[in-house]
Design a protein around this ligand. Structure first.
Ligand code: SAH
Length: 357
């Protein structure tokens, strides 16, 4: 969908919550299937280094063992992008006898173009695609992984005014460009959606909530309680819920204006790990982490794995492996901004990499 077609929809709907603008923008953007890699707009961890998906594969194999090696079990990825993480995951996890044979691969992906790329990368594993988690079979244990999926789920924003929280909206102005405005009435949802610590924010403060992510946690909680299993999220955001506008657009590996070209830029928001953890606990799950990506990857042996791969590699390949690992774990790059969060049923043994230090 072109930006103009999207603006036409927004214009017809009148001022819409940021959530609606976000949702339309993200689905139009991923529909193109050109997001990733050097020629695209951004590079995710599995696209930086094969070691990332391999270590997640090792984690899945160990978690599957802790679950009692269920056969069959559902291996579910949310938002698999080009299928790179899952291909690397499967290659590494195949070292655990029985894992691949027992797995049934289910991919949650809305973009037809990306589904095609995933089909090319993962044909050996006969994946089944879904638009949402709702249609995933309900009768076997689940292992769910999601890298940079939550940051693509639409957020709502609220702005503190003297009389309370007003929802932040997007409207198409007379010149045909998008701009922010505020709902006239105070929002009746803000109190329930925002963390108690944010309620008394100063006038003008922006607070965010992601109802879609909270609904996802609710659904995962139900599924794990009925079917058993575990979920692993990797994404970026702060440790504590805070005030601030985290909407961000990226195009061609550089920041871009958030409102100007919906559908043509990658729109994301920080993941509020604390809010997700609160929700998961309230639903009776056990929450592990969030742990910084750099720490977690080192606990899972990223340095040893990189060294052993680099030994047999040609000089250029060797340099790529080392620089990839550096980028994934360096606190100034992805090492601390990105975090891992795991969900299990209570009583489950400590998942690999989530040991309390
Ligand atoms: N995990 C991949 C891709 C991350 S980008 C990687 O790490 O490289 C986000 C992915 O989620 C894309 O595949 C996108 O099409 C998909 N996606 C975004 N919003 C979605 C939604 N609401 N439902 C299903 N898939 C979605």
């Amino acid at each position: 969908m072109t930006t103009n077609a999207l603006f036409d929809i927004l214009k017809a709907e009148g001022p819409v919550p940021v959530e609606r603008f976000f949702e339309l923008s993200v689905s139009a953007y991923y529909a193109q299937g050109t997001a990733f890699g050097r020629s695209g707009d951004f590079t995710t961890a599995p696209e930086i280094s094969q070691v990332f998906g391999e270590l997640i594969g090792g984690w899945c194999a160990l978690t599957w063992e802790s679950l009692g090696r269920p056969d069959p079990f559902l291996l579910v990825e949310l938002g698999p992008g080009r299928g790179t993480l899952m291909a690397d995951l499967m290659r590494a996890a195949s070292q655990m006898p029985g894992f691949c044979q027992a797995s049934r691969l289910h991919l949650v992906e809305t973009s037809p173009a990306l589904r095609q790329q995933q089909a090319d990368a993962l044909s050996a594993f006969n994946p089944v695609w879904h638009d949402t988690l709702a249609t995933i079979p309900k009768d076997f244990p689940l292992l769910i992984v999601a890298n940079e999926f939550l940051d693509a789920l639409p957020i709502r924003q609220f702005v503190r005014q003297p009389d309370g929280w007003h929802e932040r909206l997007v409207e198409i102005g007379p010149k045909g460009t998008a701009c922010f405005c505020l709902s006239r009435e105070t929002s009746s949802d803000a109190k329930a959606l925002l963390a108690p610590s944010l309620q008394e924010a100063p006038i003008g403060a922006i607070a965010e909530a992601c109802p879609a992510a909270l609904r996802l946690i609710d659904e995962i909680a139900l599924r794990l309680q009925r079917q058993k299993g575990s979920a692993l999220f990797i994404d970026y955001g702060p440790l504590e819920s805070g005030i601030g506008d985290s909407l961000q657009a990226v195009k061609g590996h550089a920041f871009a204006p958030v409102l100007d070209n919906p559908g043509q830029v990658d729109l994301t928001a920080h993941v509020d790990f604390a809010a997700l953890a609160r929700r998961a606990r309230a639903q009776g799950l056990c929450v592990w982490g969030p742990v910084m990506q750099g720490v977690w990857l080192q606990r899972l042996g990223i340095l040893e794995r990189t060294r052993s791969l680099a030994q047999g590699a040609k000089p250029l390949q060797n340099e790529l492996l080392l620089s990839g690992t550096r980028r994934l774990i360096d606190p100034k790059e992805m090492g601390t901004l990105f975090k891992l969060l795991a969900l299990t049923l209570p009583g489950f043994p400590v998942p690999s990499g989530f040991e309390v230090s």
